[in-house]
Write a protein that binds this ligand. Structure first.
Ligand code: COA
Length: 536
């Protein structure tokens, strides 16, 4: 094993200035998380705890998972600042927790946000959590307390694939694959909110608080004239003794959670880890130094070699083809003892880097070694020399290898990751098992300045064709809104808000997060890779 040497000087002025800047970004990350953790307005939270005597959604998770075990949240910052108007978190909490030693996907309606109703982003988040659960064969525990669709947004919830109906599709698919699903009905669960538990294997309902019906008493009265109370229409006793829609009655929230823990205990053998996991070793350099290494000037790229030296066990990296295609570092390393094949950018992708990357991915697939893409890339090389050298076919080779690879794949966006570079480094469309970003992560089809320049050049060509000219000031005025639009779009929080990233993490959380993800992936069966055609 060779050790990555880093020559960063933590006493230098530039390091200190970069670090101070990054620490402000970390502060912002924690402020956003705090906002997400709060849930709905104080009035709704008080009604939940004091009036209804219920446990708040996040506290339900805390009570449910094994004491002291971590909860790996996905989509924590989804829904922030969207036109649809949901709170940050999108009225749903999703993540992986350990229950009686078993990793489970936990999906929780937040009834303090508009009665736990589903906004378009809530549907997307629920579907994403299920997709993750299917990929890792995780039992799904759904804590239901939802008024169903957030009606004013029906066009973003109802008609299309990926919306509410896909939640049912996924439930049925999971069931067919033998992935267990358990629901706890904590509160009023109407329409879609009632079908979700009805499609589960076992359902727990809380007496006097949990109700399930396709239409509530008001709707029934309006539709048929029948006057009926909540208990008779969809209460715990009726569903558990008459309709058979639910299987277990709990006396309160805590009891319901305890019954669900018992159900998880009876899910059979725990899945075994398929990889050998070595003893973990800390990197030779403090991980917190990453704050000072990422330059606050986004035009200055980060040396991922210095980053990797602070992320991997013992800073030990067995580099593959170190002297060939050196704008893409490839090599084998360990993270908390889990072996992983790392591809990290060190500049623009050239033909050589792309071919080397494809070769390396091929090796990892043969050896069943998961892949980590550390993305900070302006894109692929352009120009006559690159085109004559076949950059398009070599880029295609890399993308074919990355897309075909069925070993677990993780993407970590550390800096500006643009265009085909973003896609090739296992961007969201290529379905990485998890898409993570640091607060410094940025993505887009191009950087803001490049977009503004491209559009200005197109405009200039049109003006020339029409025999007109413009002044430098007019050119700048034209560019400014385009630049601004891309600046507003490319940031990690916008990507997390739209769920294009699963999580924005503090660099210092990277090792633990990846280790949790790798542990999950290693407990699901290996899938053979069948590569597509490589254009030669
Ligand atoms: N669509 C849009 N908004 C809804 C909603 C829905 N389906 N259900 C509730 N809301 C809103 C309410 O208007 C209220 O908004 P506000 O905070 O701006 O005043 C907020 O959610 C909380 O509703 P409230 O009734 O005060 O909360 P609750 O905890 O007492 O009851 C429900 C929650 C979900 C049980 C109850 O609101 C309800 O029965 N909603 C209708 C459910 C339904 O028929 N859904 C059919 C969907 S297909």
């Amino acid at each position: 094993m060779s050790i990555l040497k880093s020559t960063v000087n933590p006493q230098s002025d530039s390091f200190i200035s970069n670090r101070d800047y990054y620490l402000e970004r970390i502060k912002e990350l924690h402020q956003r998380r705090q906002r997400a953790h709060l849930g709905g307005p104080e009035k709704a939270r008080k009604r939940h705890t004091e009036h209804r005597e219920q446990i708040l959604p996040r506290d339900r998770i805390r009570v449910f998972i094994d004491p002291g075990s971590p909860f790996l949240e996905l989509g924590e910052l989804a829904g922030d600042n969207l036109a649809e108007g949901t709170e940050i978190g999108a009225s749903l909490i999703t993540g992986i927790g350990i229950v009686n030693g078993r990793q489970c996907m936990i999906i929780v309606n937040d009834a303090t946000v508009k009665g736990g109703t589903y906004y378009p982003m809530t549907c997307k988040k629920h579907v994403r959590a299920q997709t993750f659960a299917i990929q890792h064969r995780l039992p799904c525990i759904t804590m239901v307390q939802s008024g169903g669709a957030f009606l004013p947004e029906q066009e973003g919830i109802f008609p299309d694939e990926g919306m509410f109906g896909s939640i049912f599709v996924n439930q049925i698919e999971m069931s067919a694959q033998g992935i267990p699903q358990i629901a706890i009905v904590f509160g009023s669960s109407t329409a879609g909110g009632a079908y979700i538990p009805a499609l589960c294997d076992e359902v727990v309902i809380i007496r006097g608080k949990g109700f399930m019906y396709l239409g509530g008493p008001q709707l029934v009265k309006a539709a048929t004239g029948e006057v009926v109370g909540h208990e008779e229409l969809g209460g715990a006793e009726m569903h558990s003794s008459v309709s058979g829609v639910t299987d277990h009655i709990a006396e309160d929230d805590a009891h319901g959670l305890s019954i669900a823990r018992d159900i998880v205990r009876n899910l059979g053998n725990l899945p075994k880890q398929r990889w050998d996991v070595a003893k973990s070793a800390e990197p030779l350099y403090p991980i917190e130094e990453i704050y000072g290494i990422v330059n606050k000037d986004t035009k200055i790229p980060t040396h991922n070699r210095d980053i990797l030296a602070r992320l991997i066990d013992g800073s030990q990296f067995d580099e593959f083809k170190a002297k060939y295609g050196d704008t893409l570092m490839c090599g084998f390393a360990k993270i908390h003892g889990f072996e992983i094949g790392i591809l990290a950018n060190e500049g623009v992708m050239f033909s050589e880097s792309a071919k080397k990357g494809a070769h390396f991915i091929n090796l990892c697939c043969q050896r069943d070694i998961p892949l980590l893409f550390v993305a900070d890339v302006p894109g692929f090389m352009v120009g006559e020399h690159a085109e004559r050298g076949g950059i398009a076919k070599d880029g295609a080779k890399f993308i074919t290898a990355m897309c075909s690879a069925k070993v677990p794949k993780y993407t970590l966006i550390t800096g500006g990751s643009y265009g085909a570079g973003y896609l090739a480094m296992c961007g969201r469309p290529f379905k990485p098992n998890a898409m993570l970003a640091w607060p410094s992560g940025r993505s887009g089809i191009m950087g803001p300045e490049q977009v503004a320049n491209t559009l200005a050049t197109v405009r200039e060509d049109i003006l020339t064709r029409e025999g007109k000219t413009w002044t430098e000031a007019e050119r700048e005025e034209f560019k400014a809104p385009h630049r601004k639009r891309f600046e507003d779009s490319e940031g990690a929080y916008n990507f997390a808000s739209k769920l294009w990233y699963d999580a924005v993490i503090d660099p210092s959380e990277t090792r633990e997060t990846l280790a949790l993800l790798l542990d999950l992936a290693g407990r699901s069966p290996k899938i053979e890779t069948n590569f597509g055609v490589f254009r030669q």
